[in-house]
Design a protein around this ligand. Structure first.
Ligand code: ZN
Length: 247
């Protein structure tokens, strides 16, 4: 099937999800489902290319859909102004051919991992913090490990810099989001993903990239498809002054 018959679910339309959505739409993916429950803030504009100054205060789902439809009228954009949570995760993931996680908090990232493995859909995970970007494609075919194979569980609150403490270099988000979109295109085209079972880390300051194999962890419930889907915690970025670890 060509790309026009495919559906991509993108969680978050911010720093990672925005560039990923633009990449997917420009390539001609038929249906883009985006899930986003935030409003546009001035501080988002340095790294969230779907939004312009006039969008500040608007719902991100509405503004993102309007922008994508204006740029790519032939792409069906299904924008949901809601939080990706334990109640809707499985249905959203099952309806997609590929899942791109551009969310901004660890709870959502682990939920996306667990739901994708349970529904046997490929998931392109991405994260950013300051000047570092990280990508991992979680494979339903069991190629390598998943997010829980790497980290087991979300980090305890306070162990990772908060939104206010950390920051994000806007270009790092754009770079990572575009790579996530390109990876999703490879998967939709039936090719093997470049980050399938492999963790890619890029450090913008040194321009160094690293790709390492992620081994399956024995007994990983997510990989077995039996990890309970837990309620996502409230966003870690209630007032994203400079953006959190991810979007
Ligand atoms: Zn796993």
């Amino acid at each position: 099937m060509s790309l026009s018959g495919k559906t991509a679910l993108v969680i978050g339309a911010g720093g990672l999800g925005g560039p990923a959505l633009l990449t997917l739409a420009a390539a001609g993916v038929g249906t883009l489902v985006l899930v986003e429950d935030d409003a546009v803030e001035t501080s988002n504009l340095n790294r969230q290319p779907l939004f312009k100054e006039g969008d500040v205060g608007q719902r991100k789902a509405t503004a993102a859909a309007a922008r994508l439809r204006a740029l790519f009228p032939s792409v069906a954009v299904d924008a949901r102004d809601l939080r990706f949570d334990a109640g809707n995760a499985l249905a959203l993931v099952e309806a997609a051919d590929v899942v791109v996680d551009g969310s901004d908090n660890f709870a959502t990232k682990f939920l996306a991992n667990d739901a994708a493995l349970r529904a046997r859909r490929p998931l392109v995970h991405g994260g950013i913090l300051r000047t570092t970007a990280q990508l991992l494609t979680v494979s339903p075919a069991g190629i390598g490990g998943c997010l829980r194979c790497l980290f087991e569980a979300p980090p305890p609150p306070g162990s990772v810099p908060s939104c206010a403490e950390a920051g994000v270099l806007g270009a790092t988000a754009g770079f990572a989001g575009a790579l996530m979109g390109a990876e999703a295109l490879r998967l939709l085209a039936g090719e093997r993903g470049a980050y399938e079972g492999r963790l890619y880390t890029y450090e913008a300051r040194s321009a160094r990239g690293r790709l390492v194999l992620v081994r399956k962890r024995a007994g990983c419930a997510a990989c077995a498809g039996t990890q309970p889907l837990e309620a996502a915690a409230p966003p870690t970025c209630a007032a994203p002054a400079r953006g959190e670890g991810a979007a």
